[in-house]
Design a binder for this molecule. Structure first.
Ligand SMILES: [Mg+2]
Length: 410
């Protein structure tokens, strides 16, 4: 006869269902521009993993590849989003123990190289984005089941995580004085690190922009440049020589895609400024190659674009071995947990919180965080840092009303 007490201890939590929601915000008009591309219409793939213990894991991914690829009308195509989860992923998860994060990760990852994933029209990138959101939800459940925030579950201790603001985007009607006004606000709001775009204008004009920004924010603000791969390696070397006396902490993605890690290494070795990259790497294999072959100092692997926290931790491990620090792209509220836990975790990237601005005019040229409204509970931003709470899991709650308003259904 079985002992009910032992049965209770041995009973596994089981996944009962997986729910995917596609959220799309109104287009930003006129758009903000990175160095070469407009900022896409904001969108999000939200993943809820439900269990028979009434624990629900929350995951989300903001780079869902083909899931959101829009047509010429600008509307997202939802066919992939609506099929990948119920057809490919949910059957692999339902009935499984959500605490087995690693084995479930392997099962889903295998969809990217096994029979029929391509025949169904699912791209590898959309599968990896879906995996990112699922893996994030599984870590949420794992931490909630242990009653710990994720960073403490991973061995982290300090809830204060350094943060920088992403700003200085190009926009129609935005001249040097508007740029200075924007950057002055960052100083006034207590941020102590700022990353701005270069590579979208002539080198002369961009140098002038960066000089104005440095004069505005003063000598103590940590200032990074992101070229979004706009230069060839020779031009990147020339540009770095112009920027270096302005006091630049890192030069991000300085080299065009076709030159690869060889071009990045050429630049890294030729310039005085340290180089950052890796926001587009898809796996820890790819990130390891970049960390060792490109001579970068900062790795920006984004666990919400691809692979999830499980893969991010592997990336941190391979980067630690070659002395590369982790400075993940976007998703500060999630990446902060990982940065807090990794011995080579450095800093997270955030967009400005619109609630800190008193008038809409002040926000006109700021690429503010439209997705902040998704959350009724979110880590606090104070004194230029992100402060993680002791709420179990990722420490976030979705605002169901907002999710309902933004959800797009076929
Ligand atoms: Mg970047």
């Amino acid at each position: 006869m079985s002992d009910p007490a032992i049965d209770e201890v041995l009973r596994l939590v089981k996944i009962t269902s997986v729910e995917a929601k596609v959220l799309v915000w109104p287009a930003i008009d006129p758009p903000f521009w990175m160095s070469l591309l407009p900022v896409n219409r904001p969108h999000e793939l939200v993943m809820l993993v439900h269990t028979d213990e009434r624990l629900t894991g929350i995951g989300h991914s903001d780079q869902a590849g083909d899931v959101f690829r829009g047509g010429s009308d600008g509307q997202p195509h939802l066919a992939n989003a609506s099929r990948i989860v119920p057809d490919a992923i949910a059957p692999l998860l339902t009935g499984e123990d959500p605490l087995q994060v690693e084995s479930l990760w392997q099962k889903i990852f295998a969809l990217t190289y096994r029979h029929h994933w391509n025949a169904e029209g699912w791209s590898r990138s959309s599968m990896l984005s879906a995996l990112a959101a699922i893996d994030m939800a599984l870590w949420d459940i794992r931490a909630k089941a242990k009653g710990l925030p994720v960073f403490r579950l991973l061995g982290g201790e300090d809830p204060q995580v350094p943060m920088y603001i992403a700003g200085g985007y190009y926009r129609e009607g935005k001249g040097l004085s508007e740029l200075a006004d924007e950057c002055h606000q960052y100083s006034a709001h207590g941020y102590n690190a700022l990353k701005v775009r270069v590579g979208g204008m002539s080198l002369e004009e961009d140098v002038e922009r960066v000089r104005v920004i440095r004069e505005t924010v003063g000598p103590d603000m940590k200032l990074m440049l992101d070229a979004n791969e706009a230069y060839d390696s020779d031009t990147a070397i020339e540009a770095a020589a112009e920027y270096q006396d302005i006091g630049i902490y890192w030069f991000e993605e300085p080299v065009a895609w076709y030159e690869g890690n060889t071009g990045l290494r050429k630049v890294s070795e030729a310039i005085e400024i340290d180089v950052a990259g890796g926001e587009q790497t898809a796996t820890h294999w790819e990130a390891a190659e970049m960390a060792s072959e490109a001579a970068i100092k900062f790795m920006e692997f984004d666990c919400m674009r691809t692979g999830g926290p499980t893969e991010w931790l592997r990336v941190a491990d391979v980067c630690r071995r070659v002395g590369v620090q982790m400075a993940p792209h976007h998703g500060a509220h999630i990446h902060a947990h990982l940065v807090a836990a990794a011995s080579n975790g450095l800093i997270v990237e955030a967009f400005p919180d619109p609630s800190m601005y008193s008038t809409p005019e002040e926000l006109e040229f700021v690429r503010w965080d439209r997705k902040r409204e998704l959350f009724s509970v979110h880590p606090e931003v104070r004194d230029g840092s992100m402060w993680l709470s002791d709420i179990p899991g990722w420490g976030i709650e979705l605002d169901e009303d907002v999710v309902g308003r933004l959800e797009v259904k076929e």
